[in-house]
Structures are given as structure tokens and as C-alpha cells.
Design a protein around this ligand. Sequence first.
Ligand code: BLA
Length: 765
Amino acid sequence: MDIDLQVQNINFADLEQQTIHLSGQIQPHGVIFVLEEPELKILQVSKNTSTVFGITPENMVQKTLEDILDSFQVEKLKAAVAEENQDFLNPTKLWARKKGDEFIVFDGIFHRNPDGFLILELEPAISQENIPFLSFYHLARASINQLETTSNLKEFCQIIVNEVRKVTGFDRVMLYKFDEDGHGAVIAEEKNENLESYLGLHYPESDIPKVARKLFSSNWIRLIPDAKSQPIQLFPAINPVSQNPLDLTFSILRSASPCHIEYLHNMGVGASLTISLIKDQKLWGLIACHHQTPKYVSYELRKACEFLGRVIFSELSTREETADYDYRMKLTYVQSMLIEYMSQADNFIEGLVKHKPNLLDLTSAQGAAVCFGNHCTVVGETPKQEDINFLLQWLQNNVSEEVFYTDSLALIYGDAERFKNVASGLLAIPISKKNYVLWFRPEVIQTVNWGGNPNQAFEANQTEAGLRLSPRKSFELWKETVRLKSLPWKTVEVKAALELRKAIINIVLRQADELAQLAHDLERSNAELKKFAYVASHDLQEPLNQVANYVQLLEMRYQNQLDEDANEFITFAVEGVSLMQTLIDDVLAYSRVDMQGIEFELTEVEKPLNQALANLRTRISESGAVITHDPLPTVLADNTQLMQLFLNLIGNAIKFRSEKAPEIHVGASRQEDGWLLSVRDNGIGIEPQFGDRIFVIFQRLHTRDEYPGTGMGLAICKKIVECHRGRIWVESKLGQGATFYMTIPLGGRERERRNGRKTKNNLFG
Ligand code: BLA
């Protein structure tokens, strides 16, 4: 309902309606007195006193109420009006002597206005008696009995209008409900057969401006018995005590704004009664009654209608809530399932989209997207990734609320027209500045029937007194095809989305905490290892050198004085020292392989392989090894570490050779998300059950006498591969050679950083 109220560059609120309660005019069927307490002296009065009482208004303001009305009655009233609440007095039958013995009877209605003035309004009494309470009761009882068998909103509303028409006899009684956007529609109607129906028709917001609606929230019943009557001024126009115009907010006689009177004329209405329906302190709708000719309704009957409306409406509100209740329970269930799935999954996003029920069920949306750290996971029907990205940018720049929803996205974000078929409606919750969960609903083309063209709801004319608005002349059916609009998001759905937001934030925070803890632990153990390496290289090295030096000194100085055994012991000691030296070097080499110290760059695998072969030159030629390789790829890796990897693996292949000359093949094959490298030999092989043990620090399958070495080589290989986010394993059988496999993922550590670390940093930034 894209009705442009600014067509003529008019701001409604600035116009006369702002002061409708200060108009200083009443309708001519009654008289108003503004009284000073305690004597009830008349401060202001309506100018129609001459016709009613035969006293001019100028003379009236000199008098007290006792001078006008039955003085015995007024004496009793004085005490009563001093009470806090005057409502229980209303209406009071009051008598005034007209001429001679002629008396007129009024319904007297008291109230205190917002400025604290006591106000008495007199309306001609139609009946001499008050309607007894019991008849109110029976009225309400009868309708409530009907309600028991009714279940939907439409039928409820129908009962209200039926009952009100029955007791008042208006030509037409309607139930008018306000939309969220301020427009409204007639949702129930009971009328004279020969009148055309307004049922289902929509009316623009400007027909009942905001200021008027605000007033209706404090004054619940308004009667215009004769739309053609001339309003009556107050005398004096300005209140002599406050020096201000009188506030008529709670007045029952206040004359309606001229614009509305014109509206009634244009609609062919002679009299109207309007009753406010309030829900949760907000104006929910109106009971609007029309009569073609003037029609007076007594205060009691108006009150009875208000009572009826209130009772039925309160019943309706509870029913409306229970209708929502089942759906709300369903959403609560979906919500708890989602929380369960999220907390079980490694990544909460999977929990939201992978199962049933999923994100879509939480809001009855046709599509949804979880956009987290530069990546969107989508379910159902959604705009294209690129469109979602732009939409996210727009949200970041324009929305700061915890939840944002619209059923007509294209109206506020023009680009959305391109994907109206999937996302005319959007519900979005920001999890943090850049991360969002979005729900989408497709366009649903609707026809809205308007009572008159809403784009020409009124005319603005420049007059001497300033700008004047007048309502449209024609209320003829005007059909609007509404496009670019989805079904509306229900309050319960929006609430469910907000609840989910809380849950996600909790879970993400917790996961971020766990990650931070893991990173912290890892850092600590790395730091410890480094410290150990430092100790090993410096503190251990020194006494070791000392041992080596002194043993050598012993050997040199006592060369000829020692026996065979002593010489052998010295040799053992020297060997021990040198083995210890190698062990320390290997531990150092192991500890040096770490993420921080290495540089990932595009590396042709053949280069580090050739470097390793050059290093192994002597052992290759001694053993007669033949080394071949597949065409090798270029990967994102650290050259030095790859060289070390080949050095260890090919070195091992030569070391653990069988009787045959070693044949070693380096293979490479492309896999979906990386490369699989392999080093195959024809050596002695490994028993499959030891396949895992060989990668553990200092684990050896053979004695040092059989095969020299510290047992660190494969542990270092494993660490190198893992630093590249890959895996290493061996396939072998004893006596049949072995093949070592390694995976090197595409993008190597870079990609890992994007998915892991950066996401973490972005979470709340
Ligand atoms: C008041 N306009 C109203 C009221 C209704 C409508 C029900 C309340 C009347 C009352 O309190 O007694 C409108 N009446 C409708 C509609 C239907 C109906 C939509 O029967 C549908 C079937 N109105 C205009 C323009 C202006 C305007 C252009 O169309 C002025 C800018 C003003 N309407 C306006 C004002 C009031 C009003 C100021 C308050 C009247 C008052 O209490 O003084």
C-alpha cells in the first residue's frame, strides 16, 4: 500500500488537527460550563445559553451554578464533585427552570480537564430515568453467549456490529481495524439493506490523522448527532484563569474538526457515533456508526455500547492470543530444536540448516541465509550470493536494530525488485556488525480495494487563513494491485527470530571462548617446546662438550698407559656423546618446524626434491638407488620444509633397503581439494600394525645397531605435513616395500587462516 502522503509536500502533523482539542467550539445540542471550585462559579460557558436558559453568556459568567440549576441539587453536587473521580456521577439528571413553571431535564456529565478545570456538560435527557445496571448486564450476557460458539476474529467482529446496531438503530455499524502502517479497513459491517457496502474496503491513514487517533485513546466515545449543525463558541474564548484556550480532550460535546465534518458530508453521513477499541494501550480499531439523517443517542446508551464493545473486545483479544498460542508453541519447539542442533554441531551454522526442523520453520519463510565471516550458507529459495552480499552491505549501512523486517523490501531497497520472486519480504537479525541471519519471503500479488483513490485522499488549498485540507469527494471503489509485497511477518515470528539471535550469540561466544582457550593452550605448549629446545642447545650442549673434551684428553694423554678395555670404554663414551649430540640436533630440528617460522609461497615441488637428492648424493651412489618421479605440481608451501620432508623419506627408503638395489618413486596426483604426494620404495617394509607408531617421537622399530638413527625423522615429517594442514600415513607390508602418502591441501595455510582465524576476529568486530 504505497500511498504517498507527502504528494503535495504537506506535513499532516503541522496542520490544524494538531489543536483539535483546543478548538474552543462545541456542538449545539448541549451546553458546557467551566466551573471554579468550590462555589462552582461559571468561568466560561458556551454561547448558546440564551436559547436554552434565556440568559446571555455575558450574564452567565457572573453567576454560580446555583443561579441556573435547581439549587437543592447543586448543593448536593458540590460535595460529590470534590471527590477524586467524578465518573460515578455520570450521568446525573439535572433540572433547570426555563420560564415560569417550565423545567428542562438534562443529562449532566462532569469531568476534570487536563488543566484541572471542572467541566459540566449538559445534554438534553431523552428518558427521565437511568438505564438500570441489569439491562447492561443482559445486553452483554446475550452477546457473550453467542461468542462461546464463535471462534474466529471475523465472526467476533460481526457480533459486535450486530449488537451495536440492534441497540442503537444506526443505518450502518462498522468495525474499522487499523493496519500496522496506519491505514485501515472495514472488517465487519451491519447496515441498512439499501446502502452500499463498505465491507473489505481500505482507507488511507490521512482519513484519521495521528493527532485524532491520539485523542481517541483518551476519549473512547464520540457522538456527532447532526453533521450539518453549526458549532458554538465558548465565552469568553480564552479561559480567564489560565489565559489559554480550554483543553476539550475529554469533552463529550467538542465539535468535530471541519475537515472531518466535510468528510461526513462527502460520504452522505448525517450523524455518527464512534467508539474506540483499545488493545495493549494502543488504538486497535473503531466501532463506527453512521446514520443518513441526524440522530441523537443518549449518554447511557452510548455508555452501554462502549461497555458492550469493551467486553466483547476483551474476549476477542484473549481469543486472538490463543489462536496465536498454538503457532507460538510450534515456534518455541522449533527454536529449542535449533538450539539443540547448534550446540551439538562443530559449527553452529550446520545446526541451523542441516536438519529438520531448520531455520525456515522458525519463521515460515521460503528461504534463509546465515552469513558469517564472508560466507553465506543458504537454505530454500534465496537471492543469488552476489545479491545477498549487496543486501548485507545495505543492511550494515542502514539498520542498527536488533531485528529488522519488512514485507516490501523493494520499497526501501530498490535493487530488491530484481529478486522479488524470492525476497519481497525480509526478516534480518544481525549477530554482530557484519554477520547476519536472513529470512526471505516471495512476492504475493494482492488486490486492495480502497474507498476512493488513496493517492487523491485529500486536496490542499491555499486560503487566507493558510493551507486548508479537504477530504476527497468520491469514495467510489478504487482497486489497487499491490506488487513487490510478501505476506507480513507475524509478531510471534519476529519474536522467535529475536530469541534465536540470543541463542546464536551465546553459542558463538562460547565457541569463540573455546577456540581462544585452545589457541592459548597450543601457544603455551609451543612456547614450552621452544624453551626446551633452547635449554637443549645451550645448557645441555655445554656439559656434553665438556664430557667429549675430557674423554678425548684422557685418550690422548694416557694413550699408551691404558689397557685394551679402557680404550674400548673411551670409544663407547665418545660414541655416546656423539649420539647424544645427534639426538639434541634432531630435537632441535623437530622444534624448529612450527607454523610461525615458515613461509608459505608458491613452490615447484621438484625444486626441494632436487635439493634433497643433492644432499643424499653420496648415499644414493653408494647404494645404487634409482629415483624416479611423476610430473610434480606447484603448491603453496615452505620450500625448506619440503626439502627436509623428502630428505627424511628418501633417506629412510635408502636406509631400510632390502637386498635389492633401492628403487624409489615420488608420485603426485590431483585430488578434489589438494594434492596427494607419495614416496614409494622396494625396501624391507613395515608391519601394518606399526604404521602409526613410526610417526611418534623417538619410536624405533629396530635397534640402533641394525639401523642407526634417533627415531626423530618421521616425527619431523609428520609435523611438517601437519603444518601444511595435510595428513601423512604409510601403506606397507613387511618385506614388500612401503609407500608414504602425504596430502597438501590447496591454498595451504592461507585458506585455513581465512576460515578459521579471521572468522574469529570478525565475530564481533
Ligand atoms: C476523524 N475520520 C475520523 C473518524 C473516522 C474517520 C471514523 C473518527 C470520527 C469520530 O471520532 O467521531 C474516518 N470514517 C472514517 C473512515 C470511515 C468512516 C475511514 O466511516 C470508513 C468507512 N480526514 C480526512 C482528511 C482530514 C481528516 C483529509 O479525510 C484532514 C486532514 C481529518 N478525521 C480527521 C480529523 C478527525 C477525523 C481531524 C478527528 C475529528 C475530531 O474528533 O475532531
